[in-house]
Ligand binder design. Sequence first.
Ligand code: GTP
Ligand code: MN
Ligand code: MN
Length: 368
Amino acid sequence: EPEVPSFTASRVSQYSCQRKTTLNNFNKKFTDAFEIMAENYEFKENEIFSLEFLRAASVLKFLPFPVVRMKDIQGLPCMGDQVRDIIEEIIEEGESSRVKDVLNDERYKSFKQFTSVFGVGVKTSEKWYRMGLRTLEEVTAEKTLKLSKMQKVGLLYYEDLVSCVSEAEADAVGLVVKKAVHTFLPDALVTLTGGFRRGKKIGHDIDFLITNPGPREDDDLLHKGLLLYCDIIESTFVKEQRPSRNIDAMDNFQKCFAILKLYQPRVDSESQSTSEEFDMAEVKDWKAIRVDLVISPFEQYAYALLGWTGSKQFGRDLRRYANHEKKMMLDNHALYDRRKRIFLKAGSEEEIFAHLGLDYVEPWERNA
Ligand code: GTP
Ligand code: MN
Ligand code: MN
């Protein structure tokens, strides 16, 4: 029997922060299915079921072999009945009828379209759906709708924003952002975080963490106009604030969910340069790109970097692990030891893992 020698199912931790999950996923067939189920439950605001599927997906992403029979998942954590049923269906039929039902469900299809717009979440989708709207065409045709500024630009740049960001675009934007930041703060550190730091080749946005060593002079960096659209969230962090217990809580950094105009030299092809010459002059030579900029105080940089590198599931499990296994509270700002009643300082991600008694997990192994 072709067993992977060093693998013991019962030793797999229920926490993804105790597993090393690269982008090499042997079980995409299953994890894609689980992510659709999780998303559908998220649309129904059923967080428990949604998390159940996300945790199961995360465990299968870690498995060093493809699951081909039910015996392969024996002893693994996070394999509840709902999850097992779908695995069984996929093994036997090649696909899951429950997942197919979700993909064909009218509500799911509408929510999927609505939430693909920047600035539209489950709450807004719910509202639109209740009004009888089903497609984005219907949304844009409904002139009585009061759209937020974010949603308006979300629709305006929709085609650019739904097409994914490539690694090359991330590099190009990185240079633009660094240059702009350095004209205001020459010593600032600008670090690529999010999926690209984990080694992903594409993303839905580009995430940057900005910090300035020395005295704080970064307060109005985001107000200095380098952006096409920018929704600035002011910092709400108060000194010595204890980390929140909520594993999905937002942080309090000054941040900006922006849309950047990335100029791309147009590649001319011979055939287009004859009769269409006038039209060609109108061709857009830029692409709208979603960029998240987060400004962290230097002392909180390691925590901010860990939090914004993700994955989301990895971050959730780090907080859950800290809370339940170590009686500590972790968020993107700090780590607080509830027993000793002290904040644990860290200058690097390695130190945070050490405080938590965890083996270090590299960014590219955090694709949980
Ligand atoms: P893609 O962008 O889809 O390629 O994946 P990604 O992993 O980069 O996802 P995303 O940009 O949504 O988030 C990156 C990390 O930042 C994740 O760990 C998120 O949990 C975290 N994050 C994103 N937005 C927020 C936020 O508003 N508050 C907090 N606290 N964390 C956030
Ligand atoms: Mn991202
Ligand atoms: Mn982001």
